[in-house]
Write a protein that binds this ligand. Structure first.
Ligand code: HEC
Length: 139
């Protein structure tokens, strides 16, 4: 009886390990799973809405909006040579997943007065996919 319970526990733990390993595999695996690939593809599609105003790769110029290369974990309004609004500079934000999610949902709600002319993405899964893509593409 005890033995069976121990085995069940072991199997459950094993499954949990696999589940959590697969959710971080975008970062670690050379070949992402189909699910990860689908999320990235969706994120890349979402980025079409940002692309007119933002570059992601190092060395690319600022456009209407600043180049977003290296932005994760960085304070907001930190790209040299880009003229930000006072409200974004004074917002005291740092770009992590949670803050970015609120920004993408509705920039003008997070930072009233920002000049980023983008209404927002209402769908949570779309935002999550975009953030997953941005994390990878801005590294
Ligand atoms: C019409 C142009 C435009 C579009 C479209 C746009 N942005 Fe922006 N973005 C800006 C501008 C302008 C700023 C600077 C805003 C300010 O200074 O208040 C900005 C700022 C940002 C910042 C802050 C950067 C920093 O250095 O702190 C992020 C992050 C960002 N945008 C992400 C996005 C994403 C993601 C999308 C697509 C969902 C997007 N933007 C769409 C113009 C745009």
């Amino acid at each position: 009886m005890f033995k069976r319970r121990a085995i069940t526990l072991f199997v459950v733990t094993l499954v949990a390990c696999f589940a959590s390993a697969s959710s971080v595999s975008i970062v670690s695996a050379a070949e992402p799973s189909n699910e990860d690939a689908a999320v990235l593809k969706r994120g890349k599609l979402m980025f079409l809405q940002c692309r007119a105003c933002h570059e992601l790769a190092a060395g690319q110029p600022n456009k209407v909006g600043p180049n977003l290369h290296g932005m994760m974990k960085r304070p907001a309004a930190a790209v040299e040579g880009f003229v930000y609004t006072d409200v974004l500079r004074g917002a005291g934000l740092q770009w992590d997943k949670a803050t970015l999610d609120r920004w993408i949902e509705r920039p003008s709600a997070l930072v009233p007065g920002t000049t980023m002319a983008f209404a927002g993405i209402a769908n949570e899964a779309d935002r999550r996919a975009l953030i997953t893509y941005l994390e990878l593409a801005t590294r």
